[in-house]
Ligand binder design. Structure first.
Ligand SMILES: [Fe+2]
Ligand SMILES: [Fe+2]
Length: 176
């Protein structure tokens, strides 16, 4: 099939795939840390986030294929596996979402530079998704800070708001 995309756009999207797979692995590591601390709600929240990130990576790869290009499934970047506190792990997650938001914005910029309206439109889903991801993660960080040493409060919050944040993960069959 003839490619609908220019090389800089394909390369940039493929570069984002690395970030999404890395985010997926990072969230899995965070989920397992919470599991080891016997925090079941936080554990399942982050497992769900991990599967959403995996879905984001697939969505990008699928777009590359659909537009007539060769996708590259990459190795992930380094993942942090040791945490000192719940707050540290959730802060890392929020930082990651802020970084991804910036990366998605840059991607839109690259598409625009190439007059690639198809990619611009495709990326709008990710633009909106990031609003939700940043907002839910910063809510969680607020709750974590407010809870202090009483981790049960966080678990309670998540059980009352059953992965509300993750539910909009977009088209994911796994989303609650
Ligand atoms: Fe993502
Ligand atoms: Fe995310």
């Amino acid at each position: 099939m003839t490619s609908l995309l220019k090389k800089p756009v394909v390369d940039a999207i493929n570069g984002q795939v690395v970030e999404e797979f890395t985010a997926s692995s990072q969230y899995t590591a965070i989920a397992l840390y919470f599991d080891s601390e016997t925090l079941p709600e936080l554990t399942s929240f982050f497992h769900l986030q991990a599967s959403e990130e995996h879905m984001h990576a697939l969505k990008l790869l699928q777009y590359i294929v659909d537009a007539g290009n060769q996708p590259i499934v990459p190795a992930t970047k380094e993942v942090k596996n040791h945490f000192e506190s719940v707050e540290e792990a959730v802060q890392l997650a929020l930082n990651q979402e802020l970084k991804v938001t910036e990366q998605i914005n840059n991607l839109v910029g690259i598409a625009d530079k190439e007059n690639d309206y198809l990619t611009h439109q495709f990326l709008q889903w990710f633009v909106t998704e990031q609003l939700e991801e940043v907002s839910s993660m910063s809510d969680l960080l607020n709750i974590v800070r407010r809870a202090g040493d009483n981790l049960f409060r966080i678990e309670e919050y998540l059980s009352r708001n059953p992965h509300e944040a993750a539910a909009g993960g977009g088209g994911g069959g796994a989303a609650a």
